[in-house]
Structure formats: C-alpha cells, structure tokens
Design a protein around this ligand. Structure first.
Ligand code: NIG
Ligand code: FE
Length: 385
C-alpha cells in the first residue's frame, strides 16, 4: 500500500488522549488509514512526502446532526423572525409541502449541494435526518436518498404531526408502516420532543419502536422549553440528546452520569435569536459535549462548523480546544463511532489543514474561510488556493 508522509504541520491537535497536541508534527497516511503520528523529527520514511507549510491540522469535523433532505427555503420566515416573530415547530410544515412535491432528483441534488458545503467547511462525516416527508412514501424516499451520501441516516418521522392528520393515527403510522419502510436505510431513530411537536409519552413510544427494530436512538430534546426529552434520552440509552438549550440541574446530572452525549447546536440559537445553552455547565459536570450544525431550512440554515465553534467559544463558555474537540471527537461519540474524530494510528485518515498556525483561529477569526485542505479516507478531496 502506498504511504504518504505529511510534514511541516505547525500544530497538530490529535484529540487522542495520549498523543495530545504536537508541535512540528508529521502524519503517515497508508491507504485509507493513519499509520503513524508524531514529531516530524522522528517520522519514518514513506513513498512520498507532502509539506503543509506550517499549517495547523485537526481531525475532519464530525457533524452528528443535520437535516439535508428537503426542498425550498424559508427565507421569509427568517426575515420575519429577525423583525420579532418567535420561532416555533410549526414552520416545518411548509418545508414538508415542498418536499413531498419534489422529485428524487431534486432531493438528491439538495443533499449533494449541502454535502459539498459541509466538505468545504471541513466536515468529513455527517449524519442526515429525514423528517420533511411525514408520509410513508416521502420518508422512505428521504432516508433512501440520504443513504446514498452517508451511513449515518436517521429516521425522523416524528418531527411534527403533519397537517390534517389525526395524532394517534400518525403515531401508529410512524411506529408501524413508516418505520418498516425506513428502517432498512436507517441507523438511527429520532423524535422532536417539544411543545408543538411530540410529548414525552409519544417520544418514548417512537424511540422504543425504533430500538425494537434495531435502530439506535437520538432525541431532539429541550430545545425551546425544559421538557422531558433529556431524561427520556438517558433512560433509553440514546447516543445523543440534541439541542439541550433548556436544562434543569437534574438533566445536567443525568447526562453527566450517562454515555448519552449532549449535542449543542449554536447555529440554531443564532438563527432563531435564542439564548445559547451553557456548555460550561455540562462540561464542568462531566458530560460529553458534541457540536453540530443542525443544518436545516428553518432554524439553522448553515453548514459552517467553524462558525458553530466560534459561537461555542464566544457565547457558550467553551475554550477553543473544547469546541474543536466537541466538533470532532464529540461528534464521533454522538454517532458511537471510534474510527473518526481523532488522529491516531489505525483511525480513518480524515484530516483538515487550516490556513492558520493554530486551531484557536477557528474562533479567533470568525467567518474567515480557514479550511485549506481536506483528506477523507486518505484521499485529498479539497485544496483551496
Ligand atoms: O433541529 N427542532 C426540530 N427540527 C429542526 C428545525 C426544523 C425546522 O424548523 O425546519 C431543528 O432545529
Ligand atoms: Fe435538528
């Protein structure tokens, strides 16, 4: 197998507990994987050598929460919000109408376009939810198309109850025929536990049905109000409780004592002009924190993991090191993946070189395109001049 030595890395933030941060570092990539990591002075020989000109290197970002299968946008809703309208779960229904009317080609094009944006933002692994179909046919199309782009597909039939539909009937559909149609393409089941979406009992029944079909659970929890979502996520052993904007002390303790990751989505607070979650409180309690984009046409139409990091540092009391960790290793934990999110021998060679001497610049230089080079599974997939 051909090996490549990446040298002249000014600062390497591996996210590996033992390797830590290495100055003047080198990495040997062999095929799809990382073969060696350490100081350039002790690097082994390789078939070829590539100099990175002193750039900082981090693992590719792992975006563990994104809604990419939809048609149309909601720019007017955003504009109205910026004039003072509150955000609510109801706006989802407009995207549902557009998504149902879209062809497979249109939906595929939308995922492809946003996957391209994610790559240019340094994301090398992403999760993708359904949830804008809300009928058996369109939910099945959504997960099937998502599966063409990522193995991390989430069935979110329980996003809201669609218009003109009886609640109980819809829950029977989501936990029955819709789940049957979507499970073959999905790894995860999710539910939006919120006022205006699904209550605690409904959320539990959807997640339990998914778990019984062999899917893993993740939950939209405590986004707009302090509901039961986090407690249900922890009780059911969900991989992640997402949003976590409104948490009681009991919620924080439950997350800290569990292996359910608290996934924070600051681009949603940014775009809904809401108060940010307090990441410090979760970190100090010992919870594992992930940062993700939540990219969707309603509450957070952004693929910018660097902006999520900048917001986490500026608004949520995370250090730059903690924010980068949450966007890499944290995301990997939220997807229960051990092959990505860190730079260490044997892991997938997913790497990002920054146009900066340190990853601190991701927060220090907000809005500046710092993603210079990206490798996915050892293949150079992006190089910005
Ligand atoms: O994660 N909270 C639920 N779902 C999305 C928003 C969906 C929408 O407004 O279209 C979220 O914020
Ligand atoms: Fe979401």
């Amino acid at each position: 197998m051909r090996s490549t030595l990446l040298v002249d890395i000014g600062l390497l933030a591996t996210q590996d507990a033992e390797l830590g941060e290495i100055r003047d570092a080198a990495i040997v990539v062999e095929g799809e994987s990382i073969a060696w990591v350490g100081p350039a002075s002790s690097a082994p020989a390789a078939d070829e050598s590539v100099g990175l000109g002193g750039k900082a290197v981090i693992p590719g970002f792992v975006d563990s929460h994104a809604h990419l299968v939809f048609r149309g946008d909601r720019a007017e809703e955003f504009e109205a919000r910026m004039r003072g309208m509150p955000y609510g779960a109801g706006g989802i229904r407009l995207t549902v109408a557009n998504t149902r009317a879209a062809t497979d080609i249109m939906l595929r094009w939308n995922v492809d376009r946003l996957a391209g944006e994610l790559l240019r933002a340094g994301v090398t692994t992403f999760e993708c939810k359904s949830g804008y179909g809300l009928d058996v046919e369109t939910e099945e199309r959504s997960v099937r198309i998502a599966r063409e782009f990522t193995p991390e597909v989430t069935f979110l039939g329980a996003h809201v109850v669609p218009p003109d539909t009886d609640r109980d009937e819809y829950l029977r559909l989501v936990t029955g025929p819709m789940l049957d149609a979507c499970a073959p393409y999905s790894r995860w089941v999710d539910a939006f536990c919120e006022q205006g979406a699904f209550d605690g009992d409904e959320t539990r029944s959807v997640l339990e049905a998914g778990l019984a079909r062999g899917l893993g659970a993740r939950v939209h929890a405590n986004q707009l109000t302090e509901g039961p979502g986090v407690q249900i996520a922890v009780e059911l052993g969900a991989a992640s409780a997402d949003h976590c904007t409104h948490l009681s002390d009991k919620d924080v303790d439950a997350l800290a004592a569990s292996d359910t990751v608290a996934t924070l989505l600051p681009l949603a607070e940014f775009s809904t002009r809401a108060a940010y979650p307090d990441a410090r409180r979760l970190l100090d309690a010992g919870a594992t924190v992930a940062l993700a984009t939540d990219c969707n046409p309603g509450s957070a139409y952004s693929t910018s993991m660097p902006l999520a990091i900048a917001l986490a540092v500026r608004e949520m009391r995370m250090t730059p090191a903690e924010a980068v960790r949450a966007a890499t290793l944290g995301g990997a934990r939220a997807l229960r993946r051990s092959d990505v999110g860190l730079i260490a021998p044997g892991r997938r060679a997913d790497l990002v070189a920054l146009d900066a001497l340190s990853y601190i610049h991701l927060a220090y230089r907000p809005g500046v395109p710092l993603i210079a080079q990206v490798w996915r599974s050892g293949v150079p997939v992006l190089s910005v001049r």
